[in-house]
Design a binder for this molecule. Structure first.
Ligand code: NDP
Length: 256
């Protein structure tokens, strides 16, 4: 690695929702910086395939499919890692879903499902990771994936917006409680990126034109464009950065 500050050799990173999309791009980026990876998703086949692709590219990776909303499954996954002697040094809370519906038509079950997947999961997985980081006494890194909706709202995505706003302040709560243990908790707020989650919006000419017009960069973001920020927040380069959210959005939040 050209710069030792960003070298992740010897570290293990768990990236939730890394079977595809932004999580997979971040996982690949952390692996290229030297980290061993724990790949996660709910779909076993997709998770194992993503893991096999990382291994084929010369990286160390293991597949660990589990549902981040299921407390027992989260605890069992960390116990399985404990049993294998694998310690998570870097946690990326990335797994998430979107659900679009005007609030007046929104069922409470759908509200809860989005909050559980996009916010409660970061607490659950974060708690299990931090308990172990604190016990080991070697510090660690938590990177939560927020959104532009950590800051601003759009119609029809209220539970997503509430969850991502929560991610920003959960990140600060983690920093408040865990900084003393040498753990840095920060967040990344991606702008509009090309992934499966956005495929319907990319295919909608009106929405596509809105994103391109509204973003100073005049284009959608590519998943790989999150890698630099993720490696920075996972590495010694950010050892005195804590509780922050960094927007990687082509300038969208900076302008009206
Ligand atoms: P994708 O839909 O492309 O991928 C989502 C990933 O999360 C998949 O790997 C999926 O695995 C996993 N996942 C979903 N639910 C669960 C669960 N309950 N347990 C474990 N894994 C789960 O989404 P993106 O890559 O676009 O988004 C990733 C994150 O980035 C999300 O938090 C999203 O909110 C956020 N984000 C995305 C933006 C974008 O423009 N794309 C912008 C801002 C934020 P599987 O399919 O196996 O369930």
């Amino acid at each position: 690695m050209a710069n030792a500050l960003f070298d992740l050799t010897g570290r293990t990173a768990l990236v939730t929702g890394s079977s595809r999309g932004l999580g997979l791009a971040i996982a690949r980026g952390l692996a290229e910086a030297g980290a061993a990876l724990v790949v996660n998703g709910t779909d076993r086949g997709r998770t194992e395939q993503a893991c096999a692709d990382l291994v084929a590219a010369g990286h160390e990776a293991r597949a660990m499919p589990f549902d981040v909303t299921d407390e027992a499954a989260v605890v069992a996954a960390f116990e399985a890692l404990d049993a294998e002697g694998v310690a998570v040094d870097i946690l990326v809370n990335n797994a998430g879903i979107q659900y679009r519906k005007p609030m007046v038509d929104l069922a409470a079950a759908d509200w809860r499902r989005v909050i559980e997947t996009n916010l409660t999961s970061a607490f659950l997985v974060g708690r299990e990771a931090a308990r172990r980081m604190i016990a080991r006494g070697a510090g660690g890194k938590v990177i939560n994936i927020g959104s532009l909706t950590s800051e601003v709202a759009r119609a029809t995505v209220a539970p997503y917006t509430a969850a991502k706003g929560g991610i920003k302040l959960l990140t600060r709560s983690m920093a408040a409680e865990w900084a003393i243990h040498g753990i840095q908790a920060n967040a990344i707020g991606p702008g509009y990126m090309v992934t499966d989650m956005n495929q319907a919006l990319i295919d909608n000419p009106e929405f596509d034109a809105w994103v391109k017009g509204r973003t100073p960069a005049k284009r959608w973001g590519k998943p790989d464009e999150l890698v630099g920020t993720a490696v920075f927040l996972a590495s010694a380069a950010s050892d005195y950065v804590n509780g922050q959210i960094i927007y990687v959005d082509g300038g969208m939040l900076a302008v009206l």
